[in-house]
Design a protein around this ligand. Sequence first.
Ligand code: XMP
Length: 515
Amino acid sequence: TVLVVDFGAQYAQLIARRVRECHVFSEIVPSTMPAAEMRARNPKAIILSGGPASVYEAGAPVAPEGLFDLGVPTLGICYGHQVMAQALGGTVENSDIAEYGGATVVVEHPGTLFEGLPHEQAVWMSHRDYVSRAPDGFTVTARTDVTPVAAMEDRERGFYGVQFHPEVLHTEHGMEVLRRFLYEAAGCRPNWTMANIADEAVEQIRAQIGSGRALCGLSGGVDSAVAAALVQRAIGDRLTCVFVDHGLLRKGEAEQVEKDFVAATGVNLHVVDAQERFLAALDGVVDPEQKRKIIGREFIRVFEEAAREIVTGKPGEEPVRFLVQGTLYPDVVESGGGTGAANIKSHHNVGGLPEDLEFTLVEPLRTLFKDEVRALGEQLDLPAEIVWRHPFPGPGLAIRVIGAVTRERLDILREADAIAREELTKAGLDRDIWQFPVVLLADVRSVGVQGDGRTYGHPVVLRPVTSEDAMTADWARLPYDVLQKISTRITNEVREINRVTLDITSKPPGTIEWE
Ligand code: XMP
């Protein structure tokens, strides 16, 4: 494993992902973790991430004591580079001139990290403090106009530092620099592959569940589907999946789970039709938070009932003690740094975990990022429609009908949504777009003209976004002809809609969903 020491903000997650793209497993650990604990994880390499602080500030995070005595090859990036320089006797200074954005580094000595790479390279910088003098024993390998020590290394001791960000795509040869650190400096092997991950996960699940039985709530999303497929591979028909059709799903969604997923995996599936129940509970409710609470509560009740039905299904069978959850690595990191018990945010609970049910959790995706889960789904031969499905919120279309939720409104939205998704797929853009909500402004009407008649219909909002992790997002610049086709088809084919609008707000300030 490679430990990525987190000095703050979101830098560490991106670095960890890039390391994994080099087929080397990486884990994020907090900068407060004692060096002895790091040593216990037996890391092949350590990477010190960037961070928002300045090394002079009181209380600024520092490297754990003894970190540089572990004898583990270490790479400092940005703030991590400065931390390394300061800890080993170099000098860090504050400059009047900041360096934000694109810059050019000039390689003075190729050293280990730049061997075979061009003399001048475009890099991404984001700093004001800088290393003005490298510690003794280090060679300065690159500089920029404003940064005298843009990269340094002490090959003998295995210490490497770069002021720029090799993990961002704007750094031309960033991946190459990272690869050279991992393979050449630290001797890592690129053996973290999806096939190995799947095999290991299956083995671990078998060890955990033994001869027991497990239950998995399927949401229709990729995470729960991949988690279920893995567990099914491990324990076969001792897994039962429960799918709650709350009537807030997109067109074809229930069928996809019932047919495609079962066809691909042969899993035991228990479908609950709870449409009436959810509609009744949501009757007249307009407030978004109230909608979410009601849906979460009803979901848990339905799920519990289903769990009981399964347990008492056949006489003399073992009780179900394990609950499979599609928890991902970002959730684990955000809820406390990758150690300790599962602490899943309520956001992710909807569609999943009834907390007071006494189950032991099985979370085979706990160490993976979303894109890795997709790759794993492909490795497990799940259908592309499932693997590449866009994320869909647990509360479903209920939080995309702005206003009270009725069956009629859901039907209207479901048709419009299906058209938008169909055209996106036809244009071959599914994988470029993170998510594409369509939102029905159910209490708004506007005047239109269709044929020779006046209409007084509802608007929908198209909300296509790009994102890496849903924490931040940008509105997607869909081609005009695709937007045009969607608009024409929706107004032609969905009678109640006479206006199509486009949401061009990034997140922040807007969230992805409207409610
Ligand atoms: P927002 O709207 O907060 O959404 O930008 C971020 C991501 O989370 C999804 N989302 C949810 N997912 N249960 C879920 O499982 C929820 O209650 C929920 N609310 C939002 C949203 O679709 C986006 O991907």
